[in-house]
Design a protein around this ligand. Sequence first.
Ligand SMILES: NC(=O)c1ccc[n+]([C@@H]2O[C@H](COP(=O)([O-])OP(=O)(O)OC[C@H]3O[C@@H](n4cnc5c(N)ncnc54)[C@H](OP(=O)(O)O)[C@@H]3O)[C@@H](O)[C@H]2O)c1
Length: 227
Amino acid sequence: MPRTIAVLGGTGPEGFGLALRWVRAGETVIIGSRDASRARETAAKIQTAVGSNARVSGDENRAACAAADILVLTIPFEGHCALLKQIKSAIRAGSIVIDTTVPLAASVGGRATRTLGIWEGSAAQQAAEIVPQGVSTVAAFHNTSADILNGDAPIDCDVVVCSDDAEASKTVRALAAKIPGVRAIDGGKLENARIVEQITALLIGLNIRHKGHAGIRITGLPPQAYR
Ligand SMILES: NC(=O)c1ccc[n+]([C@@H]2O[C@H](COP(=O)([O-])OP(=O)(O)OC[C@H]3O[C@@H](n4cnc5c(N)ncnc54)[C@H](OP(=O)(O)O)[C@@H]3O)[C@@H](O)[C@H]2O)c1
């Protein structure tokens, strides 16, 4: 079934990288931004990179949201709650919200190698409390490095997908698997997002220490777990 993915905050490196990979895979993507012209400029960059068959456009976040079935939050934690409240009434019934947000302490002037304690348990659980009823929240892509997503090479990283909606989790795992190199794993309930979000703070510390672009691989599971 044709579907449209809105990447909110897609002007930044993480959203741009995910959008680029999905447009390359043939998906239809709207880049969302607080500024429609910035969104259109970013969409044009993807169009140039992918070619004339690319199905990508840009719009202001709320308008992008109203035109999409799958919303991907790729904004820093400091804007998370406010953006969700701003777009809430524009989210279509039955949509999936994919939350990539890591609540880094850097959001409040602290270190990027530490996370904040979130009252609901995780940024993704905070999102789930804000979105309208009938909209599914899925936590994913916290551990995929923007630097690698923005290149051409396969991603040496597994994507752990957490949600309380099994069907939505399946849809997002299929979307993740469209990115070369990615293996998507059912990470269970949304409450597990707390753990996956925290792994990113560790990866950032490893990147600083060893000057790399660390990802994760989960080993030892049967092949059907990586679907
Ligand atoms: N960077 C990575 O490698 C990486 C990896 C995994 C997960 N993540 C997660 O992905 C998210 C995005 O990361 P990023 O590095 O791309 O972030 P970023 O560059 O700081 O921000 C992405 C975009 O969010 C928008 N934005 C910034 N502040 C905002 C606010 N207060 N309210 C609403 N929108 C705001 C901006 O777009 P406009 O100005 O155009 O609106 C910006 O281009 C973060 O939550 C991060 O934890 C990042």
